[in-house]
Design a protein around this ligand. Structure first.
Ligand code: FHN
Length: 478
């Protein structure tokens, strides 16, 4: 045999093995992250893991309050209805700006009772509240010393935010402050910076914005986070450096402060997600009046859904029209949000007297009655990677690892299909609202079961807790 040939042959074999090892490695190695260098993009990749964010993640249910002078007209002016969202009525030609800008002189909400609001939220099961301190109109519900357009110059005179913070904290509900960057009242505010003069004016507005935000955190140091809005203007989108340094300043004032992805733009004017597609902030805020359908839709980020009761009305609209959500629909939305690793926040728009309308009070009660029984499936709840079924949503407790089925649609057969992942066996199911009522579990195949309901008489979503065990080697059903 030709020794030379043998050597070459051996060498080529080694080379082939070497090359295939490299290509296997390339196949499984994560593609290197192609990114542009951003100074003001995301400062952290992946979820925050600290205690404050963990608390946020486990809330499950929150309350949003939209309240301001827009509650006085309640979406109507001179017997005409503004078709947009009631809190935007100032932007409507049907209402003179001057009339709107003088509404604060009548703001005297005699029916306002911070403790009653907080109690109602507590019963509903809210773990956090987001309060509008200032909406786009610029009116401040706290006595800001940087503008005269505040609660202190109304006949009411008292600090509303202060009362609400105390009342909600007393109920152990965490407070988040909503703050609109858009401010139709400040002389330096611009939506677009066209001229040098605009830029100069906007500098005064930036100082004002920073002053107000630091003022808020100093005045209400139990604040857990800031909820920004009205950051879509091109003027604001040019402020990457300013917003970034303000963001750090605010975070230093309250360690653990939670700020979602609506605040600061990157240097290319991208908001929410930076130019590399990474989230700029602690959680995604794009789920406004809509929800994801699949875990892939949330891209591994923390997220929250904010929802109105009617269609698009946040502030008080005296004449609700169109579809008004029922408590069953809202409970289903809470379940869905938690099952996809998010929080659900329900909006309330109190009227000009500070009274929460009866429809909202009723919903809060019905949701609360349900939460009283079933909250273990919501608080600390997280995504479970079992095949989605049409009857509703799975949640898994981050604290206890317990698995829940939140059933919103009962099939006519009365049988609920469950398909676990490999090696997990369902051994028992019990109804949270009536744990003594047995629910039969039938094995129908490998990792597949039918839960047989004894009663079909469910008027509300209900929750089953599943007991599972790891399948021992050799005992699998095939
Ligand atoms: O324009 C506002 C609207 O009035 C309301 O405050 C909602 C709440 O998420 N945010 C804005 C629209 O995105």
């Amino acid at each position: 045999m030709n020794i030379k040939f043998l050597k070459v042959n051996k060498l080529s074999k080694v080379l082939i093995i070497f090359m295939s090892l490299i290509s296997i490695n390339l196949l499984y190695a994560q593609a290197p992250r192609v990114s542009i260098n951003l100074k003001h993009g995301a400062h952290q990749l992946g979820k925050r893991t600290d205690q404050s964010m963990e608390t946020w993640r486990n809330y499950g249910l929150g309350q949003f309050i939209h309240w301001g002078v827009y509650a006085i007209p309640g979406g109507q002016w001179n017997n005409k209805k503004y078709r947009g969202a009631a809190e935007w009525i100032r932007s409507w030609d049907g209402m003179p700006k001057d009339a709107y800008d003088n509404l604060y002189k009548q703001f005297n909400p005699k029916g306002f009772n911070a403790k009653a609001w907080a109690k109602q939220a507590k019963h509903m099961g809210a773990k956090y509240v987001i309060l509008t301190t200032k909406h786009h109109d610029g009116f401040c519900l706290w006595p800001s010393k940087f503008t005269d357009y505040t609660i202190i110059n109304t006949p009411y005179k008292k600090d509303i935010i202060g009362q609400l913070v105390d009342a909600y904290n007393e109920q152990n509900i965490d407070v988040y402050l909503y703050f609109s960057i858009i401010d139709w009242n400040h002389p330096g505010y611009r939506s677009v910076l066209k001229t040098e003069e605009d830029r100069k004016a906007y500098e005064t507005f930036k100082v004002f914005t920073e002053n107000q935000l630091t003022e808020l955190l100093n005045a209400y140091p139990t604040t857990k986070g800031l909820w920004f809005d009205g950051t879509w203007d091109s003027a604001w989108k040019e402020q990457a450096a300013f917003a970034d340094s303000l963001d750090s300043k605010l975070r230093k004032m309250i360690p653990g402060l939670v700020i979602g992805a609506r605040f600061r733009p990157d240097e290319y004017g991208k908001r929410g997600f930076d130019s590399n597609g990474d989230i700029i902030g602690d959680y995604e805020q794009g789920w406004e009046r809509k929800m994801p359908n699949h875990i892939d839709d949330v891209h591994g980020n923390d997220w929250e859904c904010v929802m109105t009761v009617p269609e698009n009305q946040w502030g008080y609209q005296s004449n609700w029209e169109g579809h008004i959500k029922t408590s069953n629909e809202l409970i289903e939305m809470i379940a869905k949000a938690v099952s996809l690793d998010g929080n659900f926040v329900l909006n309330f728009g109190p009227d000009g007297q500070g009274v929460i309308r009866s429809e909202e009070t009723q919903l809060a009660k019905e949701i609360g009655d349900w939460m009283e029984v079933n909250n273990e499936a919501i608080y600390n709840g997280s995504y479970l990677n079992w095949e989605k079924q049409d009857w509703g949503y799975y949640t898994k407790s981050r604290k206890t690892n317990k698995i829940y089925m939140i059933v919103c649609n009962v099939p006519v057969s009365g049988m609920l299909r469950v398909k676990t992942t490999d090696k997990i066996d369902v051994i028992k199911a019990s109804l949270i609202q009536e744990p003594t009522q047995g629910v039969d579990v039938e094995i129908i195949g490998k990792n597949e079961y039918f839960i047989h309901l004894k009663s079909f008489d469910f008027k509300k979503p209900f929750v089953l807790e599943l007991e599972t065990k790891l399948i021992q080697e050799g005992t699998e059903i095939h």
